[in-house]
Unconditional design. Structure first.
Length: 368
């Protein structure tokens, strides 16, 4: 994720962060959520991530990459390389879990103005993995890492909003911790469609004022306006506030198109439908390659004035055909569970839910 990194403004020395503690019913946030795992504190240390260089975390990232490959068929190596660049610059806010001399897990966040985004949390599975309650289990270590990060972010005065989409983790894995910290949690579906049978370009039957064409760089600015208009009063604009403004939508598009924020962007797969009279895109689909076998729909939207005309279905079919021509054998996308209209369309097009994960949002209460 290519978001601007910023200093947290919190002094960190030898892994001990100095900040005020938010009180929940007389107990700190950490006390509430770690009382049942205090036995692990003697064997697992939580230290500032900025103390560590990339080589120390490489084995952990490689193990995480294997899980991305097995669970989602994604190639995690490009994301790992970006993370290691930030680690070598000692500018990635977060924490690392140490067992003895070995790093066994990490969590990090990035900043965008007054918003923090929890980028990832991961701990290496070990022999104690038989129970989620095991003090040394990956789940327990991830909970401790998240607890440290949440306490940091919640007590950072400049942070007004926190977002998280932990795609790799099954829904419910960390939802109790997040809801206990005041987050609203949304279930999201990771859906996959096999590409066998998509051997022919779908028939393009559009009204005379509409034109389908391949994505070009000049589409960035009008596409940002389209996203903002398409997601007005939409549940996904609650999860990702970038959709609420044209400038935020432009940042989202730059992350996808220019900075490979979600796989490697594929212009030949991506298409827009133009209204010749308005000279503006009124629908679009964007696609990226996330592994040799898999393509991913990073964005599909239709302007509210043009919905229920089969445009989304057409764009999905075009993207599927283009991915198939590139050699992909499957295509994936994500959708918020409460967006029933979209998920019904994907099911009708042959997508199946392969994985369910959580998106979470925290907004600082209004301060008079």
């Amino acid at each position: 994720m290519q978001l601007r990194l910023a200093a947290t403004g919190v002094k960190v020395t030898a892994g001990v962060f100095l900040l005020s503690i938010r009180v929940l019913g007389g107990k700190s946030f950490r006390q509430v959520h770690t009382a049942n795992t205090m036995a692990a504190s003697t064997s697992i240390e939580i230290l500032d991530l900025r103390h560590f260089a990339a080589p120390v975390l490489r084995p952990v990232l490689e193990m995480e990459g294997e899980l991305w490959k097995q669970r989602l068929h994604w190639d995690y190596r490009h994301s790992a390389q970006l993370l290691m660049q930030y680690l070598d610059n000692h500018m990635l806010p977060g924490y690392a879990a140490l067992e003895g001399e070995q790093v066994v897990g990490y969590v990090f966040s990035v900043y965008e103005e007054t918003k923090a985004v929890i980028g990832d949390v991961f701990a290496v599975p070990n022999r104690l993995e038989g129970s989620l309650g095991s003090a040394g289990s990956a789940h327990a270590i991830e909970e401790r890492l998240l607890t440290h990060l949440l306490e940091l972010l919640l007590n950072s005065p400049q942070v007004e909003r926190i977002e998280s989409q932990l795609l790799l983790h099954p829904a419910g894995a960390h939802s109790s911790l997040l809801t206990g910290a005041g987050f609203e949690v949304f279930r999201r579906l990771f859906m996959v469609q096999p590409l066998h049978g998509h051997w022919a370009m779908p028939r393009i039957d559009l009204p005379g004022n509409l034109e389908l064409r391949v994505w070009s760089e000049e589409d960035l600015a009008p596409a940002a306006r389209l996203i903002c208009e398409s997601y007005s009063r939409h549940p996904d604009s609650v999860i990702n506030d970038q959709y609420r403004t044209v400038s935020g939508s432009m940042r989202f598009l730059n992350n996808i198109v220019r900075y490979s924020g979600c796989g490697v962007f594929s212009a030949p797969v991506s298409h827009v439908i133009m209204d010749r009279t308005r000279r503006e895109p009124i629908a679009m689909v964007l696609g990226s390659r996330v592994s040799p076998q898999s393509g991913h729909i990073t964005q599909i939207c239709v302007h509210p004035d043009y919905r229920r005309r089969g445009l989304a279905r057409l764009l999905l079919s075009v993207a599927s055909f283009c991915f198939m021509r590139q050699g992909a054998t499957e295509i994936s996308l994500t959708v918020t569970e409460q967006n029933a209209e979209a998920s019904d369309l994907y099911l009708a097009e042959g997508y199946v839910t392969q994985h369910v994960f959580d998106a979470a949002v925290w907004q600082r209460p209004y301060r008079a």
